[in-house]
Design a protein around this ligand. Structure first.
Ligand code: FE2
Ligand code: FE2
Length: 355
């Protein structure tokens, strides 16, 4: 060992599903002589870590034996035949030189999802600044370049609120500058977040909403909530109607949502709903102890969404990292599938520290 970060002695993987591609199960990690602060596990093959894949969710070392649950619906990437487990420093900043390797059951990554019907990208909380050199602005510009390379035929990039830090017109100008200076940028669509509503300033709600619509070049709606059909796919954007941290959805907006979800309904096709704030105990960042659930009308919204199991809801606002546990909540008898969309500007995790 060169870098003094303790590596695990060995690891075991008990997979709970025999469906090809499904990773759900338990990874048990046995420490060596010394305990590291954390572990990081990567999908791999005979050549080492699988290229283009980051680590699974952070694994905090809990003693000589540490158990880590791979969440339901986590997919094993094609080409992976093993997991590589490294010791890590706090927040995974550095990894041990050595690692423990555990093989996947034969055929575990042998599956074919077929040809996608379409591609789209979802992100939230880009928090643009009026300073074009601000890291948040640079992140957004990098995302546009990335999508151009990896998904040139995308239906669009959907940003789920907190476009700006304060809802300032100058911050929307910075957004236009980034779009206009990116040749062949993908189409970008926006839902409104609490920061766009000037939660922390005194701008009246209707003025902030008008600034949001104008600043995001929204020419199809004069309301903060609206819908679009793009390439035959239905996208529905919800938004708070009061300038505060919690989303406040009027009975009119909820009735409108119900009608929109029923419009040209095909129960075999997904339709996508965006709401910046998430509902309690649904996805990462919104679990009760994490305290970033912020929807006033949770019961009313649940009642509407529950009638449309083919819908997919995206929530943001918490800034919880995409590799956190519970990024996806599978649909149940009450709610459709929900995803946490993580954040473009900066991210948080269970340690409640900016990462
Ligand atoms: Fe945010
Ligand atoms: Fe927010």
């Amino acid at each position: 060992m060169n870098n003094n970060i303790p590596s695990p002695m060995r690891a075991e993987y008990l997979r709970h599903s025999d469906k090809p591609g499904y990773a759900q199960g338990v990874l048990t990690i046995y420490a060596g002589e010394d305990l590291p602060c954390e572990y990081r596990a990567f999908w791999g093959n005979a050549n080492g870590k699988l290229e283009s894949y980051t680590a699974l969710a952070p694994i905090i070392c809990t003693g000589e034996v540490t158990e880590f649950e791979l969440a339901p619906y986590t997919l094993i990437p094609r080409g992976a035949d093993r997991l590589l487990v490294f010791g890590a420093t706090q927040r995974g900043k550095e990894l041990s030189d050595c690692y423990a390797e555990v093989m996947l059951p034969q055929g575990a990554s042998d599956y074919d999802l077929g040809k996608p019907l379409y591609e789209m990208q979802v992100q939230s909380d880009i928090h643009l600044s009026q300073n074009p050199e601000h890291s948040h602005n640079l992140h957004f510009a990098a995302v546009l370049e990335d999508i151009k390379k990896t998904s040139p035929n995308t239906l669009g990039l959907f940003i789920n609120g907190d476009i700006t830090n304060h809802g300032y017109v100058t911050e929307y100008d910075a957004f236009m500058e980034i779009i206009d200076s990116t040749p062949s940028a993908p189409p970008v669509y926006f839902a409104m977040g609490n920061h766009d509503l000037s939660t922390y300033d005194d701008l009246p709600c209707d003025v902030a909403t008008a600034n949001f619509l104008k600043g995001t070049r929204n020419t199809w709606s004069d309301k903060a909530y609206f819908d679009l059909w793009i390439g035959g796919v239905h996208f529905i954007f919800l938004a708070s109607e009061r300038a505060r941290q919690r989303a406040w959805l009027s009975p009119q907006q909820l009735a409108w949502l119900d009608a929109k979800l029923a419009e040209n309904r095909n129960t075999h096709r997904a339709k996508y709903v965006f709401l910046h704030q998430g509902m309690v105990d649904t996805v990462a960042g919104c679990l009760a102890y994490q305290k970033w659930h912020d929807v006033e009308q949770t019961a009313e919204l649940t009642e509407v969404l529950g009638k449309y199991p083919e819908a997919v809801l995206f929530s943001g606002h918490s800034h919880w990292k995409l590799e956190s546990p519970h990024t996806m909540k599978p649909r149940d008898e009450k709610l459709p599938t929900i995803f946490n969309t993580s954040a473009g500007g900066y991210t948080w995790d269970d340690t409640s520290m900016t990462t």
